[in-house]
Design a binder for this molecule. Structure first.
Ligand code: PMV
Length: 323
């Protein structure tokens, strides 16, 4: 009766920032990411004919208002596909600091897609689970896939999904600068970028070119180019965001200090590259074999100002799956 799924967050090396279609969540550009092995979300869905409304429990507390409404809207899509109308009970446990730019919506909607599809009796292929997860939160379509994934922008609902992409073994070190929820949601900030930032169209062109470069670098197992494009692509996204009016600035002074730290590490011969999503936290990308060395070097780097307990080592993790 109850279906339970686990999913992990993913961090994009080429970012998704901007929608071509808000209802279907079709992105302006494709993106490429690494699904991690830390901060899982575990979600159970129980379909119950006796319920008159969906019931949502997030980390042990009953959810109401817009977070709950977003789940019901998502379950309506699953119900429409399954041809069923019964309501469901959703119980989700997040070990990601919610809304802090650590991809909690990605792991959340990936786990919900897999659990809800199973609970409603849908037997979906990976591609169709990715398309479904995309409707909850764009980046969630990439957390359906284990390890490195490319989200094809596509032309329509049928062609916009993520799939595995081969390349070198990468790892990450997450620097938790601030684990509280961000002031402006990525959904709102994307819309504001499109409607007010003079750099919005420049970002779209740059992201398209970066994705091609990144795919070439993946095919060539070229970690140096992967890292350089990752760092530059993140800064280009933040530049477009900072161009909003009223402005949005996700990067904090310590975030900038951490981009400097990545450069210092590289000068010592340790290849690490910085990226940041819609929040102040910084994620270092490196070869999988270098994760511990990068973390140790960051702990030792006093100017980075990061205590060991806020530096989390991560490797490639599994795609969303039933347990
Ligand atoms: O899926 P959303 O709406 O949470 O947007 C995610 C946007 C970024 O995390 C900033 C970039 C990305 O590609 O994950």
């Amino acid at each position: 009766m109850t279906s339970t799924a686990v999913a992990h967050p993913n961090i994009a090396l080429v970012k998704y920032w901007g929608k071509r279609d808000d209802a279907l969540i079709l992105p302006d550009t494709g993106s490429l990411s690494l699904t991690l092995d830390v901060f899982p979300t575990t979600t159970s869905v129980t379909v119950d004919d006796a319920l008159t409304a969906d019931e949502m429990v997030f980390d042990g507390a009953v959810a109401t208002g817009s977070p709950a409404a977003r789940i019901t809207t998502f379950l309506d899509l699953v119900r429409a596909q399954a041809g069923r109308s019964a309501r469901a009970r959703v119980d989700t446990r997040n070990s990601v600091p919610t809304g802090a730019g650590l991809a909690s919506s990605a792991s959340g909607f990936a786990a919900l897609a897999v659990a809800a599809a199973d609970a409603y009796g849908l037997d979906l292929a990976e591609k169709d689970l990715s398309r479904l997860a995309r409707r909850g939160s764009g980046s969630a379509c990439r957390s359906i896939i284990g390890g490195t994934a490319i989200w094809h922008a596509g032309l329509d609902d049928a062609t916009s999904y993520a799939e595995h992409v081969s390349g070198p073994d990468l790892g990450m070190v997450i620097a938790v600068v601030d684990a509280t929820a961000k002031a402006v949601s990525s959904r709102e900030a994307m819309q504001r970028t499109k409607s007010t930032s003079p750099y919005a169209s420049g970002w779209v062109h740059a992201a398209e070119a970066d994705l091609l470069l990144m795919q070439q670098a993946f095919a060539a197992d070229d970690v140096s180019t992967i890292g350089a494009v990752t760092e530059s692509n993140a800064l280009r996204m933040h530049a477009a965001i900072m161009g909003c009016r009223p402005p949005i600035r996700y990067l904090a002074p310590q975030s900038i200090a951490l981009f400097d730290a990545a450069e210092r590490l590289r000068r010592t011969g340790l290849e690490a590259y910085a990226t940041a999503d819609a929040g102040p936290n910084v994620v270092f990308v490196c070869r999988a074999a270098d994760v511990d060395a990068v973390r140790d070097a960051l702990i030792a780097d006093e100017a980075a100002g990061m205590p060991a307990d806020r530096l989390i080592a991560a490797h490639a993790g599994p795609g969303a799956h039933l347990i």
